[in-house]
Design a protein around this ligand. Structure first.
Ligand SMILES: C[S@@+](CC[C@H](N)C(=O)[O-])C[C@H]1O[C@@H](n2cnc3c(N)ncnc32)[C@H](O)[C@@H]1O
Length: 197
């Protein structure tokens, strides 16, 4: 799936592609954004189930998450800790990565915040903004050239954030099925940045 710089992708269109893309639509978007970069190593700071890599599985995958979940795609390395702990451990040399990532991916738990559920848990995890901030610090420290952010429109921002030192390359607005089921506004956005320094 080739994409222009800014595009709206409807899940129903991905559905037509069939196969794993239809089954894991967000992975189809991640595939379209990451594959052209030909990354040998990708690090996600909010790894979850590794669902994003169900279509395109980079040759080497590093995951960080506060919880170890049932993985759909198994990472080559996994660190069970908050992203800020990971950042400090990396900076202080308490952990060393098997490979340096070309891309860092960040997908904070937006729904959590949007629905205002589980206050105590959300505050233990930190806000999406804080997770983003430390993910960018990880990307810079690890020498990544690209940063991929996924966020919800009703979260902290209505448009892509503009982190210092990063250039916005592409934006994909993703419209899931739930949009048509009276589930409220469920659009999310993917933003790809490149290091501008
Ligand atoms: C929306 S999910 C990510 C899903 C993932 N992109 C996938 O493809 O499966 C957000 C994840 O962020 C994790 N998380 C929440 N706070 C975190 C933190 N401070 N540091 C690292 N991971 C965190 C959650 O445990 C959750 O698995």
């Amino acid at each position: 799936m080739a994409l222009p710089d800014r595009v709206v992708v409807d899940q129903r269109d991905i559905q037509k592609l069939g196969g794993r893309r239809a089954k894991y639509p967000t992975a189809a978007v991640v595939d379209a954004l990451l594959r052209p970069l030909r990354p040998r190593c990708v690090l996600e700071t909010t790894y979850g189930e590794g669902r994003f890599y169900a279509v395109f599985r980079p040759p080497y995958l590093i995951g960080v998450d506060v919880e170890r979940r049932e993985w759909l795609v198994r990472p080559d390395e996994f660190y069970e800790m908050p992203v800020w702990a990971f950042f400090h451990a990396l900076r202080e040399g308490r952990l060393a990565l098997g490979r340096g990532p070309e891309v860092v991916v960040c997908d904070p738990p937006w729904g959590f915040w949007q629905r205002r559920l589980h206050y105590w848990r959300a505050s233990a995890y930190g806000s999406p903004r804080l997770i983003l901030e430390y993910s960018l610090r990880v990307a810079e420290l690890a020498g990544a050239r690209f940063f991929l952010l996924h966020w919800g429109e009703e979260g902290a921002w209505k448009k892509p954030p503009a982190p210092a030192g990063w250039r916005l390359e592409r934006v994909v607005e993703f419209r899931p099925f739930t949009r048509y089921l009276n589930a409220g506004e469920t659009r999310t956005f993917f933003a790809l940045y490149s290091l501008s320094k």
